[in-house]
Every structure is written in structure tokens, then in C-alpha cells.
Design a protein around this ligand. Structure first.
Ligand code: ZN
Length: 407
């Protein structure tokens, strides 16, 4: 996958490099208001180093492209002429799709990162790629047919499996039982939009970087625990670590117990066999379908001085194994922040000191010194926002590439 992280083109660029500099300045301003919210012209001037008249011109150009709009500052009581505020324009949006074992979620995410619309279509069985394409295309058609529908610039797909960055081919998605499914190509044919697909945890990592707990950090390790295991994504030096073909970050399948259980990947003692949601639900007396109660029940059990011994044993064991995985990752990757989502975020919430000790007690001095562990902040919309970011990448890199606004 590509990540659009435009850099400021400097001030006063002109001549032969002028076109690309202007494009890059436009991209910089659009990324600022998309990722970090509304900015006054004065703030944009400070953030970019560009002069006021250049910022005014860029804001006007973004408005003409339908990507931003200017408004009077909210609650302004400043004396004199207040600097207008530049907002990302959510009338330009992206479609996000996330197939899971029991449902297909399709979302509409506006420029600026806000969820505009979300449809969760439950499936009676694990959906095939063809079913995901047909159901998603029908939902997209419905979204486009609504009065006042935004301009859609593309589709991003968050896949719970190994996905090739170059062409959005799902090589292997074990829980969906997909092998070599060209999901991006099929969706492109069905919807007519440009489509990109990537691993769900990689997209989650990027979403936490641009909108969540990893904001401002350039070296992030993201781990998410869900019903179907543990996914991981790594941001290194500001860019998503993809590896040779886009498969990097499978921290759920790193070894944490040499005598551990057999994993569906074929190996033994993977993080995701030793640390999983089911035993936590079980220890709390919850059924597998009651996972939405996990946070409240776990929190209530740990709010007392003495959580039930059987539960504490499960939590302690899982925290220990998670600590081993984090130690390995800290030594290997030297992240500045570790962001934990899903039930891994809950383990951190109830046992922050034990988890920190398990990681820090075994990692090397140096890499362990400045790393901090945080719970993911984006909640249930994280994969929608992450997939949309993939679909926005092209216009964030080159705002002029966007099709004309809907009249
Ligand atoms: Zn495994």
C-alpha cells in the first residue's frame, strides 16, 4: 500500500519546479486540515512556513476543487479581522469495506475522517469474496443514490488476512477461508471506483497514527485483538512497514511459547494461540456472542480489590505472553509507542503495571527506555477510517487529481 505523507515544498518555490511545488503545497495544506482538523489561515502559515497570500491562494484552490471550505472562526471575539478557518470538505468522501466472518461492514467516511454513514450487513455464513463484492456493490449503489450523496473518490478494503499491496490481491485470509482472491479488482469492476485493499491491522495502525493514540509518533507498533485473532501493523520512520510484498507485521504469529498450542498457521505457540479472547469471556461466564460485554465485566471485576482467582490467572497468563511478544517487538523495531486495540487494550486497561513490567523487564536497555504502551483510541470505527485513508491516498498526494465536484 502507499501512504500519502506529503512534505512541505518549502517557501518561494518558482520556475521549473513551480508546478510540483504548488501541487505539493496544496497537498500539504489538504493533509493538515484532513488529519488535524480545521486550521485558521494564520495557523496554516505557521505550520507550513508559507506566506499568508500563498495560503490564501491554496485555500481558494482547495475550495474550487471541492476539497476544503473556509468559514468564519467559531466563537470568534477577536478584535480586528479574524483569520478565516479552513476545513476539510466532507462532501468528498471514500467508501470503506471490511469483510469479517459473520458480517460485511460498509462505511462512508468524509474528508476530515468523520463517519458519515455505516451499514453492517450480517451474513449467515462466512462470506465468499464474490458475496462480499455483490453485497458491497449493492450498498455502494444505495449510498450513491441518496439525495445529496457526497462525491466518492475511491474504495478502501480492510482485509483480515495477507493482502498484496500492489494490486489488492488477498493471498490468504485464514478466517475467511480465502486464497488468492483479487478483491480489489473485483470491486473495481463492480463499482467503477478505484479500489485498494490492505491488511486490516496495517490500516488500523495508520488510522491510530493519523487520528488516534499514535498522533505525532513516527514509530508505532499496533496490535489488535479480535474474535479471529491478533493482527499487527508497524509504522517505522513515519511509513507503514510493508515488507517485500505487503505482508509485514504479523505479530500474532510470532513465537511466545515453545511448548504452546498448534496454530491454524501451522506453527506452535503463536501469540494468538496463547493470548485470545475466548478464555477471558469464559472466565467471566460470558458466551462467545457476548463479547460486547467484555469491557464492562472485566472492568467491574478489576474495580474490586480482589478479582476472581480464575479470571486473574487467565489475565496474568495472557499479560505474560503478550509481554514476551512486546519485548521481541521492542528489541526488533524500537517503537516509540505501542498501541493496543480490541481485547488487548482491555488487558492493558486492567493490568497496565504488570504488562509494562512484563515488556520492560525483558527488553533491552535502550529500546525499552522511551517506549510507552497506550490503548487504541479510535474504537469501532478504526478500520473504516483506516480503509478510507487508503482510498484518500491519491488525492492527498495530488489534490488536483480529484474529479470535479458534484454540481
Ligand atoms: Zn500462528
Amino acid at each position: 500500500m502507499t501512504e500519502a505523507r506529503p512534505t512541505p515544498a518549502g517557501t518561494g518555490a518558482s520556475g521549473g519546479a513551480g508546478d510540483s511545488a504548488r501541487r505539493s503545497n496544496l497537498a500539504t495544506v489538504l493533509s493538515l486540515v484532513h488529519h488535524d482538523g480545521p486550521h485558521s489561515r494564520a495557523e496554516l502559515t505557521r505550520a507550513t512556513g508559507l506566506n499568508r497570500s500563498t495560503i490564501a491562494t491554496l485555500a481558494t484552490q482547495l475550495a474550487e476543487l471541492g476539497l476544503a471550505y473556509e468559514a468564519a472562526p467559531m466563537g470568534s471575539n477577536a478584535i480586528g479581522r479574524p483569520s478565516p478557518t479552513v476545513h476539510a470538505d466532507a462532501s468528498t468522501a471514500a467508501i470503506a469495506i471490511n469483510p469479517e466472518i459473520d458480517a460485511i461492514t460498509v462505511g462512508l467516511v468524509g474528508l476530515g475522517g468523520g463517519m458519515l454513514h455505516r451499514v453492517r450487513h450480517e451474513t449467515p455464513a462466512i462470506p465468499s469474496a464474490r458475496e462480499v463484492v455483490d453485497i458491497s456493490a449493492a450498498i455502494v449503489h444505495d449510498i450513491r443514490s441518496r439525495p445529496g450523496a457526497p462525491r466518492i473518490v475511491g474504495v478502501g478494503v480492510a482485509v483480515p488476512g495477507l493482502t498484496r499491496a500492489e494490486d489488492g490481491m488477498v493471498t490468504y485470509a485464514p478466517h475467511l477461508e480465502w486464497n488468492d482472491e483479487p478483491i480489489a479488482q473485483l470491486l473495481r469492476e463492480a463499482t467503477g471506483f478505484p479500489v485498494r485493499a490492505a491488511n486490516d491491522a496495517s490500516l488500523g495502525a495508520n488510522a491510530e497514527k493519523v487520528f488516534g493514540a499514535g498522533r505525532g509518533a513516527d514509530n508505532i507498533l499496533y496490535l489488535n485483538g479480535g474474535a479471529s485473532g491478533i493482527g499487527g501493523g508497524v509504522i517505522s520512520g513515519g511509513a507503514l512497514l510493508t515488507g517485500a510484498a505487503g505482508y509485514a507485521g504479523e505479530l500474532g504469529h510470532t513465537l511466545v511459547s515453545s511448548g504452546g498450542a498448534l496454530c491454524h498457521c501451522g506453527a506452535n505457540g503463536c501469540l494468538e494461540t496463547e493470548v485470545s479472547r475466548a478464555p477471558l469471556l469464559d472466565a467471566l461466564g460470558l458466551a462467545p456472542g457476548e463479547s460486547e460485554r467484555l469491557e464492562d465485566e472485566l472492568g467491574a471485576a478489576y474495580a474490586s480489590d480482589a478479582p476472581p482467582a480464575a479470571l486473574a490467572r487467565v489475565v496474568d497468563a495472557q499479560v505474560g505472553f503478550l509481554g514476551i511478544a512486546l519485548r521481541n517487538a521492542v528489541n526488533l523495531l524500537n517503537p516509540g509507542v505501542i498501541v493496543l486495540g480490541g481485547f488487548l487494550g482491555l488487558l492493558h486497561a486492567v493490568a497496565p503495571v504488570a504488562l509494562d513490567r512484563a515488556m520492560r523487564g525483558q527488553a533491552m536497555r535502550g529500546p525499552r527506555d522511551d517506549v510507552r504502551i497506550e490503548r487504541a483510541r479510535l474504537g469501532r470505527d478504526i478500520l473504516m477510517v483506516g480503509a478510507a485513508e487508503l482510498a484518500f491516498a491519491d488525492i492527498l498526494a495530488n489534490p488536483r487529481a480529484v474529479a470535479p465536484p458534484v454540481p
